[in-house]
Design a protein. Structure first.
Ligand code: SF4
Ligand code: SF4
Length: 487
């Protein structure tokens, strides 16, 4: 059979089906309007976020959302994440993953149907098609028409808009990594970093190809998510379903009028298939091609309204309810299954991680101290018999203002310290520093202890000298030629 199918290509590697161009028909309805809304919100967030400003004072960037790779910071409005706090980013990624599990088990492939970037950009490009070439029938005619100058001009104009959208998309991405207005100026002046141009070029190309040409092929053949999703769904998950027990046998209104009772509700108008952005005919049953966008529901509900039959021949429904309905049970609300053990469990895990992150964020300290002792040599015996150890101490100030801090020795009786920026005569058990805003200050500390001091543990204790009074301690060890204390 494959031998006779013109859409099947034969190659030494085997048979594969050539892509059939999908020309979805314009449709209006609640799901289409919801798709518009999600598209507007997601695109506005993606393109607009880098331009939002956020006043953090004179010592930090004023871009609301910024991944500052050079200074190793992630800014998100009032939140500033340092490299040692990467667990916040990991936590957010885990939340996003569990959020997808939650959405999938509750409402099926809603992510694919509405919010996935591939869906959003494909939808955008399909509207560009409609703008240049008209609705479904006109586009199909133009596709089949021979190449004339008119068709060439139309195609080139459309692809130019594709390219502009793709370039804008790639350009918006790099704005998240540097001050947006400055980067735009540098970019057009040819003064941006090479990686900026390479990133824009790669993203422009991928958006142009994936959104402009490959479209539903990405969902069907490239994306792993639909395969994972099927493992997350159960008989209580919502799916877009054609109710064949109600629609079959299908037949036109005329046929139904001639043979009352011989046909189901489907009038075989093909509207559900015509509006599908992936070209799937939902009457064939669920398939990986169906991203559950609900546009066929809009189309069929409109047809049902026009022919005076009840809506919902195609609808969001769970497998369990579909079986019950097919057996004669009344139609039940598809939303009553949202809260069930699996979705509640996902929600509790998701919410607990979120609450944990919020708690950590609210209680985290904005100061930090760490100490690394020199180990070669571990100690130096001074002329007067006292013993000296050297340390590299890091004082971290995570606030957007300079802060006065006090570092003192905890333990190590008789010990004193000084730094490489002060004379040894001023050695003391407590020293004061001013750590610049949003910075980590690395300081060489020399700690000296009287002759006969044994090797022992001690700590550097840091206290912020401001209204917050935050404290932190770095435990370390003092080495001496005398054995350990207590030995
Ligand atoms: S079959 Fe219906 S729900 Fe599925 S992708 Fe097509 S239009 Fe959307
Ligand atoms: S839109 Fe409804 S009536 Fe028309 S072919 Fe599809 S299922 Fe049948």
């Amino acid at each position: 059979m494959a031998q006779n199918n013109p859409l099947i290509h034969h190659s030494p590697l085997g048979d594969y089906e050539a892509r059939r161009a999908v020309h979805p028909k314009r449709i209006d309805g609640p799901f289409r309007r919801f798709k518009w809304l999600i598209m507007a919100v997601t695109l506005a967030i993606y393109y607009g976020t880098p331009w939002l400003r956020w006043d953090r004072g004179p010592y930090a960037p004023d871009q609301a959302v910024l991944i500052d790779v050079a200074n190793r910071r992630f800014y998100m409005f009032d939140i500033e994440i340092w490299p040692h706090e990467f667990y916040f980013v990991a936590g957010l990624l885990i939340m996003a993953g569990i959020g997808l599990f939650l959405v999938t088990s509750a409402v099926g492939r809603a992510w694919c149907g509405y919010a996935c970037p591939q869906t959003v950009w494909t939808d955008l490009f399909q509207h560009v098609d409609r703008f240049f070439d008209g609705d479904r029938n006109a586009r199909m005619r133009l596709d089949a028409a021979p190449w004339t100058w008119g068709k060439v001009v139309r195609r080139l104009s459309k692809w130019t808009i594709y390219l502009a959208i793709a370039f804008w998309t790639g350009g918006a991405w790099i704005m998240y990594f540097a001050d947006a207005p400055t980067l735009v100026r540098d970019f057009w002046a040819g003064e941006a970093a090479p990686v900026a141009y390479i990133t824009v070029a790669v993203l422009t190309l991928t958006t142009f190809i994936l959104g402009g040409f490959m479209r539903e092929q990405v969902c069907i053949y490239m994306c792993p998510w639909p395969r994972i999703q099927s493992a997350l769904m159960d008989e209580h998950s919502l799916m877009v379903t054609y109710k064949d027990w109600r629609g079959e046998p299908r037949g036109s209104v005329k046929k139904a009028e001639k043979n009352p009772g011989a046909f189901g509700d489907c009038v075989d108008c093909n509207m559900c298939h015509a509006v599908c952005p992936t070209g799937w005919d939902i009457r064939k049953g669920p398939d990986i091609s169906c991203i559950t966008c609900g546009l066929c529901i809009d189309a069929c509900d409109r047809v049902m309204r026009d022919v005076g039959r009840p809506r919902g021949l195609i609808d969001y429904i769970t497998l369990e309810d579909a079986k019950a309905e097919a057996a004669g049970a009344p139609v039940r609300s598809p939303w009553r299954n949202l809260a069930r053990p699996r979705t509640i469990a996902y929600f509790l895990i998701w919410g607990s991680i979120g609450a944990g992150l919020l708690f950590l964020l609210g209680t985290r300290s904005h100061t930090d101290i760490s100490a690394a002792p020199d180990r070669n040599p571990a100690f130096t015996v001074m002329r007067d018999g006292s013993v000296r150890n050297n340390f590299t101490v890091k004082l971290r100030n995570m606030e957007n203002r300079p802060r006065a801090m006090e570092v003192s020795l905890q333990g190590l009786e008789g010990g004193r310290m000084w730094t490489d920026t002060m004379p040894a005569e001023r050695a003391a058990r407590t020293l004061r520093f001013t750590v610049p805003a949003d910075a980590t200050e690395s300081v060489r500390f020399y700690v000296v202890s009287p002759q006969g001091t044994a090797s022992q543990d001690f700590a550097f204790r840091l206290v912020a000298l401001d209204e917050q009074g935050e404290t932190d301690t770095a435990e370390t060890r003092f080495e001496s030629p005398v054995g350990s204390a207590g030995e």
